[in-house]
Design a protein around this ligand. Sequence first.
Ligand code: FES
Length: 116
Amino acid sequence: MNTRGWTPITKIENIALREGRAVKVGDTEIAIFRLDHRYLTIENKCPHKGGPLCDGIVSGTTVVCPLHGQRFDLETGMPVLASQPGCVAIFPTRVEEGVIFVDLGSASKGQEEVAA
Ligand code: FES
């Protein structure tokens, strides 16, 4: 398997079910969420006023920003309401031998790829 670009982040047991955890890798702060047996990673900064999305309540496949309540889809990074401004970057995430890996160089935001 090609592991280029994949960064080991933490062991799966370090992320509680339906909760987020903030991790800073270089200049990038990400939030990893565990949904049942899936792990999803987004940037840990709400586009509204920078709220820490890792602290938001998870509902289904969405997270609610703890500051003002905007909701984002963890799979797409898109806002749930079309009236909300902005979206968050998402990062490819996989698990290998109990360790979560994130590809920080392959972020996408909305329909576009972005530099991490
Ligand atoms: S900072 Fe997230 S909704 Fe305002």
